[in-house]
Design a protein around this ligand. Sequence first.
Ligand code: GLP
Length: 249
Amino acid sequence: MAGNIKVVVCKDADEVARKCAGMFVEQVRNKPTSVLGFATGSTPEKSYAQIAKLAKAEKVSFAKVTSFNLDEYWGLDGDHDQSYRYFMNEQLFKHIDIRPWNTNVLNGKARFPEIECRAYEEKIVSVGGVDLWVLGIGNNGHIAFNEPGSPVDSRTRLVSLTQSTIDANSDGRFFKVAAEVPRCALSTGIGTIRDARKLVLLATGAKKADAIAKAVDGAFTPDVPASLLQDHPDCTFILDQEAASKLKK
Ligand code: GLP
């Protein structure tokens, strides 16, 4: 196995979600003022439901937590039902006691994207950096909206989406047709993500198996953005058996 990535293989997506939720609730129990990083996409949905359930059952409060999301579609405002702000409100924030004003999602309608992106980076630094950030992975190995070719030291910026990402996000789970998917997004960079003290990447299903194998066992290369996590000091991939099926034994 290349690099430091720790791999945990679970029997199914429900176990992936329970493990991820356990890490988040534990993090907040140990440090109530934690700075958390969240992701969107269908993979973390089950984990968010589990976090809400577990936090309630174990009486762990998120009232002092600050959060940052990975990315947002360019051109969508937070009320749009496909915006990542809307997703987070629906999937997680309204089910826990996190304070809305402590949740940060890039503004897809910002008038000046460079100012929005710089302010986001500065805000992460001003609260002491991210303690634990959960990531998904695209079929082409992207993390956040850092498409293949994104530099290891990239920061929050306006990016273009590849056709493969546009197609993946318009298969009916989110957008219905490719024409509706914004062509650009505001995305934290690989450098922004690598600055988090702890990273956990979730992947489920056979469609992710190639990207996971390349990220874990392949070269450290911007061609596979998730491989740029190989030298992170504390990065765990939590996978179901299908997503792990092409890993070297
Ligand atoms: C989008 C998001 C990524 C996410 C990816 C995979 O492109 N920007 O952060 O990891 O989708 O999503 P899914 O979990 O739906 O496969």
